[in-house]
Ligand binder design. Structure first.
Ligand code: GTP
Ligand code: SPV
Ligand code: MN
Length: 596
């Protein structure tokens, strides 16, 4: 086994962390790589790896004029989304993982999964990827180290996290790190496992190169492992976007929002104010993960631990998300999108005319009118935060941003109003706990089935969901000046199955009402489900909306909420006896208000 040239210096910088060196040696002894490469995160290193991957066909360079420094990667057709059924929490007892997680005992992991790493890196390079989640020098931030045999993972992690030398410096400050061991193995779903050991802050991932399975800083570390750290240390690790909303007077308030995968976080995070709202601005802090802590001033503060976006490409256009369209033009990686004849990326929903011929996401010839999608529905772009035109000036602030409102949203074609304010913190936790959404392309399985997804964390909570909800209830008592909580739903449809709400940029109208509520200004009406905007409180007079659409969007009909409360009871019963009692009380209140 030999090291890559130049790596000795990087390794020397980490001599202080004997534990890291010991662990790298241990993993190398198991996986038997030909080489070990300690990543410094430099541009030169990125260029070297890209050049190698272009040579061996893992990446295709895009049109250098249109997409400078842009590359396309095509993954194995079996490996295009997170695989929740192959994702496990390896706590000592099944009870700790709870009923919403798959569980494997640490002993079984040793027996069944460890052997998949034996010799897995023969003929390959083991990359040591130190990464920092959160701004340098921040009380929020945490270090992780991913050991991987995938150069694709390295270049993506370099965008998604603060990777290399900066992480080694922070490791010296913080002293501890989350360990992630990753091998693409043979990519067979039969030998694919994503394991989390929350007690020892460790992750093992084998058999997949896909984002959420392989970029371990993201869901594995920043949510599954960190949700456990957050419980133990009294903070929150959440599947949330963060934005700053600036009003025409120049005042900025920050909002965090939890929506399940593929339900609009990236879109809301980069939203462009519509024509009708002159003088407003939306600033992007993050689009997927938020870490939140109580500040010295008694407010809740948040950072985005990531340094990049891993966003869904299909549906992204100048109409839906112009900021993303501008952002991906430079320094961006694409996974599983289609390719035009002049080597530009393309996907369903792209602006302009559909090209007559494309290379589809598998590299096969695709012609216009084909029944198949040219881009994989979960194809994604990886772009640095720094390329985002709406990036908030506070994105890298070590103290984070103060949160005025938290939104919970799902994909509900019926029942759930456009926006509802909670009566109080616990009612807001009830709203978050009962988010339900029709399943999307971000997870393997059937699309369109309604599933409960508490706080959009169902696939990402590293411990018992009942305890997690109890942690949320407890947090409410520890925030002297808490944010207000709201539920939103952009996806309500009319009888002919058309969206009632225009969505995207127009969602700012809803944010405006929300922030005016926080300032004690906007009018609301109490309904069985919570407080909805008073008639006219959200001005839509300049929108081409059907007559009665707004009334329908805000309608709460008591009787319709009884089956909902019953369905919630079914879900809650799966969490008993660890479900906080106050949430069942909130359910009974709903039932009573609904006339049941
Ligand atoms: P992950 O990255 O998987 O966590 O997902 P995300 O929540 O960031 O998802 P994203 O913003 O990429 O959501 C994409 C899907 O939501 C697309 O199908 C969009 O068309 C749809 N979408 C986003 N915002 C709106 C909206 O306001 N209205 C409607 N109707 N659809 C929306
Ligand atoms: C999601 O599925 O919620 C994502 C993409 O944000 S992944 O990184 O694959 O988790
Ligand atoms: Mn996500």
């Amino acid at each position: 086994m030999k090291n890559e040239p130049g790596d000795a210096a990087c390794k020397a910088g980490s001599v202080a962390n004997a534990e890291l060196i010991r662990w790298v040696d241990e993993v190398a002894a198991i996986a038997k790589p030909d080489r070990v490469h300690w990543c410094d995160g430099s541009e030169a290193e990125r260029d070297l790896l890209m050049a190698r991957m272009v040579e061996d066909g893992q990446f295709l360079p895009l049109n250098e004029k249109e997409y400078p420094n842009g590359f396309l990667s095509r993954s194995d057709p079996n490996d295009v989304a997170r695989t929740e059924h192959l994702t496990f929490i390896c706590a000592d007892k099944k009870e700790e993982a709870g009923p919403t997680n798959n569980w494997m005992s640490p002993a079984e992991a040793e027996t069944w999964v460890k052997p998949l790493f034996r010799g897995a890196m023969k003929g390959r390079t083991l990359y040591v990827v130190p990464y920092l989640m959160g701004p340098a020098g921040s009380p929020f931030s945490k270090v992780g180290v991913e050991l991987t045999d995938s150069a694709y993972v390295v270049v993506n992690m370099r965008i998604m996290t603060r990777m290399g030398a900066v992480a080694m410096r922070e490791l010296a400050r913080l002293g501890k790190f989350v360990r992630g061991m990753h091998s693409t193995g043979d990519l067979s779903p039969d030998r694919r496992y994503i394991l989390h050991f929350p007690a020892r802050r460790e992750i093992w991932s084998v058999g997949s190169g896909y984002g959420g399975n392989a970029l371990l800083g993201k869901k594995c570390h920043s949510l599954r492992i960190s949700s456990v750290e957050a419980r133990d240390e009294g903070w929150l690790a959440e599947h949330m976007l963060i934005i700053g909303v600036e009003n025409p007077a120049g005042e900025t308030a920050y909002v965090a929002a939890a929506f399940p995968s593929a339900c609009g976080k990236t879109n809301l995070a980069m939203m462009v104010p519509p024509e009708g709202l002159k003088g407003w601005k939306v600033w992007t802090v993050g689009d997927d993960i938020a870490w939140l802590r109580v500040g010295a001033d008694g407010r809740l503060w948040a950072v985005n631990p990531e340094a990049g976006f891993f966003g869904i490409a299909p549906g992204t256009s100048m109409k839906t998300n112009p900021n993303a369209m501008k952002m991906v033009r430079k320094d961006s990686l694409f996974t599983n999108v289609a390719l035009t004849a002049d080597r530009c990326p393309w996907w369903e929903g792209f602006d302009g005319e559909t090209p007559e011929r494309l290379a589809d996401w598998r590299g096969r010839l695709w012609t216009r009118g084909s029944n198949e999608k040219a881009a994989q529905p979960n194809s994604r772009f990886t772009s640095p935060l720094a390329r985002c035109p709406s990036l908030s000036p506070s994105w890298d602030d070590p103290k984070g941003v103060p949160i005025s409102a938290i939104l919970f949203g799902g994909r509900r074609t019926r029942l759930v109003p456009l926006v509802t304010e909670a009566f109080d913190w616990d009612h807001g936790v009830f709203m978050g706990a009962t988010i339900a959404s029709e399943t999307t392309v971000a997870q393997t399985g059937t699309v369109g089935v309604l599933r409960r997804d508490p706080m959009a964390m169902l696939p990402f909570c590293g411990y018992h969901m009942g305890d997690y909800l109890a942690h949320w209830v407890r947090m409410g008592k520890s925030i002297p000046n808490p944010p207000r909580l709201f539920r939103v739903n952009w996806f309500r449809k009319d009888a002919s199955d058309k969206f009632l709400w225009p969505g995207f940029g127009e969602n700012l109208r809803v944010l405006r009402w929300i922030l005016e509520r926080c300032a004690g200004k906007a009018a609301g009406v109490e309904t069985p489900a919570g407080v909805v905007p008073a008639p006219g409180a959200i001005d839509v007079s300049d929108l081409p909306m059907a007559k009665g659409a707004m009334e329908e969007l805000l309608a709460v009909r008591g009787a319709e909420w009884k089956p909902e409360a019953d369905d919630i009871e079914k879900f809650f019963s799966t969490l008993a006896p660890r479900l906080p009692e106050v949430l069942e009380r909130k359910r009974l209140d709903l039932l009573k208000r609904a006339g049941g």
